[in-house]
Write a protein that binds this ligand. Sequence first.
Ligand SMILES: [Zn+2]
Length: 402
Amino acid sequence: MTTISRWRLGVAVALVRLVNEASRRSGRGTGTVVGGTVGLAIDPSVLDGLSRGRTTILVSGTNGKTTTTAMVAAGWGDEVVTNDSGSNMPAGLVAALASAPGSAAVLEADEGWLAEILARTRPAVVVLLNLSRDQLDRANEVRQLASRWREALADAADVLVVANANDPLVVFAAESARSVMWCDVPTPWLADAWSCPHCTRALVRDPTWHCTCGFARPLALTTVLDDRLSIDGVVLPLNLDLPGRFNEGNAAMALTALHAVGVDLHGALSRINVVSEVAGRFALRRWGPYTLRLHLAKNPAGFDALLPSLARDGEIWVAINAREADGRDPSWLYDVPFETLRGRLVRCWGDRRLDLATRLDYAGVSFAIANETAMTGRVSDVVSVVANYTAFREWLTRTRPC
Ligand SMILES: [Zn+2]
């Protein structure tokens, strides 16, 4: 590093801290993006500089990034730098890394930015959870994304990949890497990987998947069993505070990544077991007379994983917006298996509650259009609230901790 580039990096980092502090103090923002943007404008390689000398784990995929990142951070222990605000593009990563000096970092990476983030942060480990349709109006076609990951991983010589062996698109992306720890984790959503990414023939599922061209599910090092995990021959009991089979899979992949950087599995698991909420997800909240448990789901695969884990009693409230951050096209609601909610009452919230109600009507699910001013009832059961991105933020603001 030349003296000039070292000087420029120092100025950029100082300004990131200054701008973020000012942003926080003025109440205009949480200071997680604006400072990073300023830093990148002064030194386009600020992310490279801030990553140097750290052991970094990246987490990417369509669903479960924030939760898995939080699990890695918890399992690693103290002094871990992380972008827990959910700002997962370069500016957010710069802001997170500039805020703390720790030698260990776990960073959630937007799946569309993974190639650049990989090249700049030079992580020890990258965790690839899954790939499925998301934000129909603007996101890349999911196979294009898998191809871009594949190219990026072929170029990243030193990275160890922890990848979901049950998602054919993730396997296609990760098989170009030199070193992969494959994970057999619950992956119910198959609708984006019916055909082979190599030859386009239909994949055979019996019950695991393969193609007649030879592309097949790799042997897994990590396996999620009924009530325990097996990682590299070590069997661990599963006792998570967080609900759902999908969170068992997230924990398995988080632990595999930590094992790869030398963290003791038993200690890490005991710290992950007590994680009870992640940025408001899975948290119990109060709203008037109601006790709510908040869940985030923002695409068909996310709903598919979440719906079976909802409490069996009580109302289900679903809140759907279709703003910029959600994707403007809500037609993905037709890919969500709402039919599994037959026999339950679903209250429809959000800007697009009428679209949701129409979808539930086709699915044969009882529904009511929510009207905030008419919500005066007293309920004893915990209400399960499932909201997509901006709707979730609204529910988090509207409610208070129990
Ligand atoms: Zn094939």
